[in-house]
Design a protein around this ligand. Structure first.
Ligand code: ZN
Length: 595
């Protein structure tokens, strides 16, 4: 794979502080020397994801993932190393040289072509919509009251028959390979080329930069499936884009952004001057789409359909967005199945009113709960109170708690004091549990000591400490360690592998840990950042090294001691026996001196 020079990579790395970059995705709080937040790579409730501004690394103690700023971007954006470098270079306004590589440039060339195929197709479909043969589509558009302006800004179109698009693309000089890659045309068993979309209303899907990356096609009769979408290809991967974001971004979406289910919802709301709206493109909201939302706006309004599928999608989206620390509101819609229908029926003002009145996640959950219970029954009433308390107890901010208690008490006619009492019970219990847990810790540690694993745990710890010292990047310290601890001395496979790499890099005069990380495997990166993120309590490095070297020597002597004892148990020649006994004696004296 083509790579940029180490100097350029270093330059890009140094121009992008890891805390700044990660903060765009994860809400971080400072605690001591590090920052902590909820890990974006696994689901968690309390933060175990740490970022070190000093070492410029991140590590999650929950799922073990870690690395530097490039690693983070490759993981969170699903891009490769080179793309991560490019993205961060752009962020820091660094001009990168052109990469020369056959594989990459061939792929880049194909990408460029597919973008061109898409762009042409969007235009072709759009123009096709106005042709006399497209009457069925025109009638549908009239029925949905879509204006010319709307059709234009979303480049809505109509796909033709059998292989019309294919022929047109060939006329434009595109090669079969490029056309097939776009997913707009399929080749059947008989070798015929057939358009994927026929007689459908076409919605081009664009990325944030406005490039057409895929299409959604809707039938105009009752045939199934109602919608089909482009397959993934070199320019399109599912779940990474939001329909309409490129258009919405032309307006003010900083404060608030609505997320809806369908293309028609977005288009219809736009036409009625509600521009801060995007769609999650078909299925459930993904983590990546969550980031896109969070990076573009302060408050997200979930405006999904009111049917069951919409409810499920809502709950799922809520979970994802809540874990990201987003401010979420839920739209409450009655009298229409989706925003499209609502805004056509009742108009802009009433829809805006709904948006202003959208409720918080807690209120939404309480509402759902209320619907499933009969508050005339004492049992249900108790259950209702308990569940409310559980929801409220999770809120950290006491002011916020109070506001909710006030609101809920009023709305559902339950006593404020009763809710308070329940919440207090829960939070008290939590505190007690925590205390018990803390007390239990030393006991657990003590038990571990009698475990057979203790030895290996100690070795692991020791090896990690050596690596931690090496990772300070001090060449003089490396020289001392190298003389006393051989690569073979590292017993754990992963430690062994990392030690080998570090020794190698140091030998080659490279002591830049950040750049060493770039050349490690995923497993090695995770391990190395775990070591870097952990505090080994090393105040005096030289003394720490001395201690460790001594332990190694001690281990070696002990091993030899056991070997000799074993040899002596077997019949041996008198001469050899004497020699062994002398060696044993020496070892015992040396060991005694060490203690
Ligand atoms: Zn994690």
């Amino acid at each position: 794979m083509a790579r940029y020079s180490d100097e350029i990579i270093d330059d890009v790395r140094q121009s992008n502080d890891i805390v700044d970059v990660i903060s765009q995705y994860v809400r971080l709080k400072r605690s001591g020397r590090n920052y902590f937040g909820l890990c974006p790579f696994h689901n968690e409730k309390s933060p175990s994801f740490s970022v070190s501004p000093e070492k410029q690394i991140f590590h999650c103690f929950g799922c073990g993932v870690g690395g530097n700023v490039f690693t983070f971007l490759t993981k969170i954006e699903g891009i490769n190393f080179v793309e991560a470098v490019q993205l961060l270079a752009e962020r820091a306004n660094i001009q990168l040289p052109t990469l020369e590589n056959n594989v990459d440039s061939a792929k880049e060339a194909l990408k460029t072509k597919v973008y061109k195929v898409n762009e042409f197709t969007a235009k072709y479909y759009h123009e096709n919509l106005y042709r006399p043969e497209s009457k069925i589509a025109q009638e549908y558009i009239k029925k949905r009251k879509l204006s010319n302006e709307t059709l234009k800004s979303f480049q809505i179109g109509f796909s033709g028959k059998f292989d019309e698009l294919y022929k047109e693309l060939k006329k434009q000089g595109f090669e079969d390979r490029e056309i097939l890659e776009s997913g707009l045309v399929n080749k059947n068993e008989r070798g015929q080329y057939i358009d994927r979309y026929r007689n459908r209303l076409m919605f081009p899907i664009c990325d944030v930069r406005g490039r057409v990356i895929a299409f959604g096609g809707r039938v105009l009769d009752d045939s199934k499936p109602k919608y089909i979408n482009s397959p993934e290809n070199v320019v399109y991967s599912k779940g990474r884009h939001l329909y309409g974001l490129n258009v919405a971004k032309k307006y003010d979406i900083k404060k608030r952004l609505l997320i809806v289910e369908g293309y028609m919802d977005v288009v219809s709301l736009h036409q009625r001057d509600i521009h801060n709206v995007v769609a999650s493109l078909g299925t459930a909201l993904t983590q990546q789409q969550g980031y896109l939302l969070r990076n573009n706006t302060e408050q997200i309004i979930l405006s999904y359909d009111s049917d069951e599928a919409g409810q499920t999608a809502k709950v799922r989206a809520m979970e994802i967005l809540q874990n990201m620390g987003c401010d979420i509101r839920v739209l409450q819609m009655e009298g229409a199945k989706d925003p499209d229908e609502y805004v056509i029926k009742y108009g802009n003002a009433r829809f805006q009113n709904l948006v202003d009145k959208a409720i918080s996640v807690i209120e939404f959950k309480v509402k759902i709960l209320r619907q499933s219970l009969n508050l005339d029954s004492t049992n249900d009433k108790i259950k209702f109170l308990n569940e409310i308390a559980k929801l409220i107890a999770k809120i950290d901010n006491s002011m916020e708690r109070e506001v909710y208690i006030e609101k809920i008490a009023k709305e559902y006619d339950v006593s404020k004091e009763a809710i308070y009492a329940e919440v207090n019970k829960l939070t008290y219990k939590e505190n007690v549990d925590e205390k018990i847990l803390n007390k239990a810790k030393p006991v657990i540690k003590h038990l571990e000591k009698t475990n057979e694993d203790t030895v290996s745990e100690a070795v692991k710890r020791r090896e990690n400490t050596i690596l931690a010292i090496l990772l300070s990047g001090d060449v003089n310290i490396y020289q001392i360690i190298k003389q006393n601890i051989k690569i073979e001395d590292f017993k754990y496979d992963i430690d062994h592998k990392i030690a080998r790499k570090l020794y190698e890099e140091f030998e080659n005069g490279n002591s830049n840990i950040s750049s060493i990380i770039d050349n490690l495997s995923e497993e090695e990166q995770n391990h190395i950042t775990m070591i870097m993120a952990e505090d080994y309590g090393i105040d005096d490095v030289e003394k720490a090294i001395d201690d460790i070297i001594q332990t190694y020597e001690k281990d070696k002597l002990n091993e030899r001691k056991l070997e000799i004892l074993e040899l002596l148990e077997n019949p041996t020649e008198e001469n050899q026996k004497k020699e062994l006994e002398k060696e044993l004696n020496d070892i015992i004296i040396r060991l005694a001196k060490m203690r």
